[in-house]
Design a protein around this ligand. Structure first.
Ligand SMILES: *Cc1c(COP(=O)(O)O)cnc(C)c1O
Length: 361
């Protein structure tokens, strides 16, 4: 099978090799040193301000979405939440569950947040802002410079779910005035699902310390304290952290995060060029689209997007990514993260052309 989903994605051989090994005991100075290096490299790749820290959470990306909302906001806050797809909607649900006062900025799915859309929330007493970098369900990349400037101007705490956007799209906590940002192991880092990582600046650290959330597993002050000596409060997904270390060092040696952004961009453009003449419409405008994923709507009447996913899986041995909810029958996605080659993209395009010949597309 070739995997064009957005996670878990195809891993590198270096990562898989570590997966073959025994899991070492981790309450040791040797493992602590690896963790300190992981923290340093993640802060550097997020372009985080000095004195930023990282929470290493064993739990998929959603655990760090929820952990972030719990540790950074309280019922005293007033949070703007962008809902431009299923991950934005998840942030809304988390605010509801934890009684965080919020205002939902509901976008038409596939559309970006614009300066005009944001203007009405200026000087309106908001204290927090939560959104995705890339809304993975639609492929929209939000304008983080616009949003960061808005938050700085209004003295708003900015929490970004960069789970899918990290490495694929340009992202700088410093330049975009982001206080806390998350990513997950099974997206562009191309590790097994199991962990998510929150990079926090000093403001985020101070917020979490002050709030001191009523939770044992999600108590960030405890993670920060144990993290000072390169440890986590509970047993982490040790193998994932070793794979993370190898991957981060390899990224550093091969042109850093900038080079990763370029690779993702090249791959996304390669794919989008190849499908120009196929009966698809881009779900989000090219100028608003992330390099992580392309969301496509089949244009021929009667063609069902979910059915295309099934045929490609069962008859062509490839996974593309189906959509859920309201978009299930209209939209599918092709991911550009993980270890994907242009040759593999060519195979997928060939399969689409074959479907066209068979009158199924
Ligand atoms: C994948 C993803 C997540 C996390 O999903 P999990 O299934 O919990 O790993 C969160 N946000 C975005 C934008 C994602 O793409």
């Amino acid at each position: 099978m070739i995997n064009f989903t957005v996670g878990p994605v195809q891993m590198d051989k270096e990562t898989r090799k570590i997966g073959m090994e025994e899991i070492p005991y981790f309450r040791t100075p040797e493992f602590s040193a690896i963790m300190k290096e992981n923290e340093k490299l993640l802060c550097s790749f997020f372009d985080a301000p000095e004195n930023s820290r990282v929470i290493f959470m064993t739990g998929s990306g959603t655990s760090s979405m929820e952990g972030g909302i719990m540790n950074f906001f309280t019922s005293e806050d007033k949070v703007l939440v962008v809902n431009g797809g299923s991950f934005g909607h998840r942030l809304v649900e988390i605010c509801q569950i934890h009684d965080i006062p919020y205002t939902e900025i509901k976008l038409d799915y596939g559309k970006p947040l614009t300066a005009e859309g944001l203007a009405q929330f200026e000087n309106a007493g908001y204290t927090g802002f939560a959104l995705q970098l890339c809304e993975t369900s639609t492929g929209v990349l939000y304008d983080m410079n616009l949003i960061g400037d808005f938050c700085k101007r209004n003295n708003i705490f900015l929490f970004v779910d960069a789970v899918s956007g990290f490495m694929a799209d340009e992202f700088s906590m410093k330049n975009m005035h982001v206080n806390a940002a998350i990513t997950g192991s099974q997206k562009a880092l191309a590790l097994p699902p199991s962990m998510s990582f929150t990079v926090m600046d000093e403001t985020a650290i101070a917020r979490a310390q002050k709030i001191n959330v009523k939770s044992l597993y999600f108590n960030y002050p405890m993670y920060l304290k144990d993290g000072e000596r390169g440890q986590t409060p509970f047993t982490p997904a040790v193998a994932t952290l070793l794979m993370l270390n190898e991957k981060l060092k390899r990224i550093e040696k091969t042109g850093g995060i900038k080079h990763q952004n370029e690779l993702a961009k090249e791959r996304a453009q390669y794919f989008r060029n190849k499908i120009k003449d196929l009966p698809f419409k881009l779900f989000s405008d090219a100028k608003d689209s992330s390099n992580c994923v392309t969301a496509l709507c089949p244009t021929k009447p009667g063609v069902n997007a979910h059915k295309i996913f099934e045929i490609i899986k069962d008859e062509y041995d490839m996974w593309i990514c189906p959509n859920g909810g309201d978009m299930a029958e209209k939209v599918f996605r092709v991911g550009h993260i993980g270890n994907i080659t242009n040759k593999e993209i060519d195979k997928l395009v060939k399969a689409f052309k074959d479907l066209q010949k068979r009158n199924l597309l």
